[in-house]
Each structure stands twice: as C-alpha cells, then as structure tokens.
Design a protein around this ligand. Structure first.
Ligand SMILES: NC(=O)c1ccc[n+]([C@@H]2O[C@H](COP(=O)([O-])OP(=O)(O)OC[C@H]3O[C@@H](n4cnc5c(N)ncnc54)[C@H](OP(=O)(O)O)[C@@H]3O)[C@@H](O)[C@H]2O)c1
Length: 252
C-alpha cells in the first residue's frame, strides 16, 4: 500500500485520539502528507513525531473546531506546508451521552457545532480550494450506525440525529461536487474502542459486548482498508455512499 497516496495532502480531524489517530497514521503510511487537527497539542506533536520517525510527513495543527473562524487559517497553513488539501477526513466528534430532556443548551450547541457544522465548513473550504485549483479530491465523513439504529436506552438522540444528517450531507455534497471530481463518502462504524466508547463502557459495563454476534468491539485498525478504499484513485466512481463497518453488531 505504501506510496499509493504519495503527493496527496490530507487533513484528519480528531487526530489526537481514537479512530482519527489511526486514520492519520494509515494515510501517512500510504504516502500522504497529513495535517493533524484536534485541541490537544501535546498529542498531535507526539503523533507527528511518530509519523516522521516512520518516514512519513505530518503537521500538528491544534484547533478547536467549534470555532468557525479557525477553518480558513487551517487550510492556509496546510497549503503553505504541503500544497492543496485533496483528502479531508471529517472525524472529530463528541457524543451527547445523555437523554434529550437532560441536555443543556450549551451541550446541544457544542454537539451541533463540532459534529455537523464543522464537517460542513471544512468540506466547503476544501471544495472551494480544489475547484479553484482544478484538482480532484476525496472527502470521507464519519457517520455512525446510530444514524440507522436507536434503542430506548441509547441516550444519544441528538448525536444520532446529527450522524444521520452527516449521511445526507455526504449524499448532497457528492452530487453537487461530482462535476469537479470531488468524491464525498461516509463510513458508519459500529462500536470501536476509543476514548468516546471508553466512557460508555465505563457507564454500562463490558457486558454490551455479549449482545454482539461475534462478541467483540472494533479496533481502530479495522477501518484501515475502508478508508484506503475510499481515497484510492481507483475508487473514482464511488461517491455519495456510506459503508457500514460494524461486524454485524447492529440489526438490519
Ligand atoms: N468509536 C466508536 O465506536 C464510533 C462509532 C460510530 C461512530 N464513531 C465516529 O467516529 C469518529 C471518531 O470517534 P472516536 O470514537 O475515535 O472519538 P474519540 O476517541 O472521542 O476522539 C474524538 C476526537 O475528536 C477531537 N475533538 C473533540 N472535540 C474537539 C474540538 N472541539 N475541536 C477539535 N477536535 C475535537 C478529540 O481531540 P481533542 O480532545 O484533543 O480535541 C479526539 O481527537 C467520530 O465522528 C464518531 O462519532 C465512532
């Protein structure tokens, strides 16, 4: 796989932890120069060093993505560093982690700002610059199986609604930007081990695993092949779709 993405420039949001950290390592290993975005600067700097030690290229960009004014300067910095961004992985998100009636207005606004507005703004900024440069690009949005499935005890109504919105955003932007060679796709993971799910497992206990037919959570590396498929130049006909990767954890 090494070299498949040589010359490509990627932004990965939420690269300080969980799935995003792994996405950044995977893209860098395939040859992309990777811009690492999240709030925790120490984690990003450590990851950039790890990627560079392994022979890759990475730039740490500590940013709070609920701040819309951070988006343009992020793309400016990425462009100065490595050129036009042609891969965007919209991965950063937070869960509401409570029943809808208990959510504060502040939590509601924060979930929408990070999980929906930020991916939209980042996608639009990426597309504007790709269109101006006459270059093709790939956008991969992280949705969730929660976009399709909801249980009485899920306690994530807003998060799941927003993740369903991410799916529709993926479809509409794919149609709008197809003529420019910009492909927009989504991944809907089942339950994977990460900081986000560690909190959930602490609350409900590890027994949630027993509900799954294979009795296991995903590991971030289990998404490597899906991400690489979606950014592979040979997947140029694949756009506006969502790949569920959940080990059959959820019903159909
Ligand atoms: N893990 C799963 O089972 C699962 C299942 C379905 C969907 N997903 C989706 O997969 C994606 C990754 O989830 P994950 O489980 O890896 O989450 P995670 O471990 O909680 O990591 C979230 C990432 O987002 C960053 N982040 C949080 N707030 C931010 C902000 N205001 N500005 C910038 N970055 C921010 C965090 O870094 P900082 O704290 O350093 O900012 C961290 O790097 C999310 O879109 C999630 O909805 C995950």
């Amino acid at each position: 796989m090494s070299g498949m993405l040589t010359g490509r420039v990627a932004i990965v949001t939420g690269a300080s932890a969980g799935l995003g950290r792994r996405f950044a390592v995977t893209l860098a290993a395939a040859g992309a120069a990777v811009v690492l975005v999240a709030r925790r600067e120490d984690e990003l700097v450590a990851l950039a060093a790890e990627i560079e030690t392994a022979g890759g290229r990475a730039l740490a960009c500590p940013i709070d993505l609920t701040d819309a004014s951070a988006v343009e300067p992020l793309f400016d910095a990425a462009e100065r560093w490595a050129g036009t961004v042609d891969i965007l992985v919209n991965n950063a998100a937070i869960a509401d982690a409570d029943y809808a009636t208990r959510l504060s207005l502040e939590t509601i606004d924060r979930v929408i700002a990070l999980d929906f507005r930020a991916p939209f703004l980042l996608g639009v900024e990426a597309a504007r610059r790709l269109i101006a440069a006459g270059a093709p690009g790939r956008i991969v949005n992280l949705s969730s199986v929660g976009a399709f499935h909801y249980a009485p005890t899920s306690a994530a109504a807003l998060y799941c609604a927003v993740k369903a919105g991410i799916l529709r955003m993926t479809e509409t932007l794919a149609i709008e930007w197809a003529r420019y060679g910009i492909n927009v796709n989504a991944i809907a993971p089942g339950m994977f081990m990460s900081e986000m799910t560690a909190g959930f497992i602490d609350r409900v206990g590890d027994k949630v695993r027993e509900r799954f037919p294979r009795g296991r959570f995903g590991q971030p590396a289990d998404l490597d092949s899906t991400l690489l498929y979606l950014v592979d130049p040979r997947s140029h006909f694949v756009t506006g779709t969502c790949i569920t990767v959940d080990d059959a954890q959820t019903s159909r």
